[in-house]
Design a protein around this ligand. Structure first.
Ligand code: HEC
Ligand code: HEC
Length: 330
């Protein structure tokens, strides 16, 4: 998206403020018509789709009302997929609401065709043709294989409908116009990744799981170059603040000294975590890392992720993950 924003700023300058403004407002997003595909729901697809939805892409992590008072800010299970209004402390350029993506006909996506769902998930265009705010990671989901995407859609169609009307996202100027440049049709077939190549398959999972987005600091809405996976991205939610950890292979400040066993065990340590038994949040344990979701990944997938993370550039960046908060002003 960065390049495209720069391009549009250049255009603004070239066309002059007036012409540039009209161009931005009138330009329609880069959208293709949705395909007419009807996804067949085989048992294999439903199983794979559930796995992707719940444990890899963690769609529920953004599309459910997360409760900051629960460990890992878990959301109540009966509200999964029904949408979330993002806390304004997160500093978005406007008010961002993820949508209700359950099949409810009035308030969810129950009347959408499969082609429209696919277009939203990987091309960033809503049913009505509006461009989606790219915090919805459609640019990463564009790398999801066609078969994985069909599995995901089959599973989405099988969710229990939840009635919950979500407000529309309202972005500030000029972001509300610039996002039109982020939408991008996917025209080529996306084939399944080769699972025998552990590093490559790990990279595929890491892309879909959005590790980089949470584990990299942002500056003006963009990931800071050279700091990929080095942590320090701050999430203030409710009464708490957490910063993401450095997960590069740096020896002192990252996962350099972590064995594969330790990595897998860290995730599997949360395998029995549920909304009901989740401990209460405190500033010392507060996190939005979806441990409950990722803990259910297969050991093979966690090992593939570990292998991939070993190959990224180590970055020395000490992070105080649970900073002490100043006592509230009275
Ligand atoms: C990092 C947060 C995040 C994740 C993860 C995420 N979404 Fe979204 N999604 C959003 C936001 C925010 C919007 C609304 C964007 C807007 O209004 O411009 C959205 C919009 C959508 C829409 C369009 C709904 C509409 O009414 O226009 C669909 C469909 C969707 N997401 C499906 C999914 C699926 C399926 C997954 C998992 C594969 C997923 N999302 C994962 C944040 C996320
Ligand atoms: C929604 C944001 C978010 C996403 C997505 C996310 N993380 Fe995290 N992660 C965090 C935060 C915040 C912490 C620090 C607090 C904690 O340990 O829970 C963290 C901590 C960790 C830790 C513990 C490191 C340590 O030193 O104890 C590991 C390992 C980790 N993440 C790996 C990953 C991997 C691998 C992915 C992708 C599969 C990922 N994370 C996706 C937010 C996220």
């Amino acid at each position: 998206m960065a390049k495209k924003i720069v391009l549009s700023i250049v255009l603004l300058l070239v066309l002059g403020a007036g012409g540039g403004f009209a161009f931005l407002v009138l330009k329609s997003p880069n959208a293709a018509a949705p395909s007419s595909i009807k996804v067949e729901a085989t048992p294999e697809r439903l199983e794979r789709g559930k796995y992707l939805f719940e444990h890899v892409a963690d769609c529920g992590g953004c599309h459910s009302p997360r409760n900051p008072e629960k460990f890992a800010a878990m959301a109540p299970p009966e509200r999964i997929g029904s949408g979330w209004s993002f806390p304004k402390e997160l500093g978005f350029p406007g008010v961002v609401h993820s949508a209700n993506i359950t099949p409810d006909k009035e308030t969810g996506i129950g009347t959408w065709t499969d082609g429209e769902k696919i277009r939203a998930i990987r091309e960033g265009i809503s049913k009505d043709g509006r461009a989606l705010f790219p915090f919805m990671p459609f640019q990463s989901f564009a790398k999801m294989s066609d078969e994985d995407l069909y599995s995901l859609v089959a599973y989405l169609n099988s969710l229990a409908p939840v009635k919950n009307r979500m407000p529309r996202t309202e972005l500030d100027f000029p972001v509300k116009y610039l996002i039109k440049f982020a939408a991008q049709p996917v025209t080529a077939k996306v084939s399944a990744p080769d699972r025998s190549d552990k590093v490559k398959y790990g990279g595929y999972l890491v892309t879909i799981a959005g590790c980089i987005e949470c584990h990299t600091q942002l500056e003006k809405g963009e990931l800071v170059k050279g700091m990929e996976y080095a942590g320090g991205h701050e999430f203030p939610i409710g009464n708490y603040v957490v910063r993401s950890a450095n997960i590069t292979p740096d020896q002192e400040t990252g996962l350099g000294k972590w064995s594969e066993d330790r990595f897998v065990a860290k995730f599997k340590g949360h395998v029995n975590l549920t909304y009901e038994n989740a401990p209460r949040s405190t500033q010392a344990n507060f996190t939005i890392m979806p441990w409950h979701a990722f803990a259910q990944m297969t050991e093979d997938d966690l090992k593939a992720i570990y292998s991939y993370l070993r190959t990224i550039q180590p970055v020395h960046n000490p992070v105080d993950v649970h900073p002490a908060l100043a006592p509230p002003q009275s």
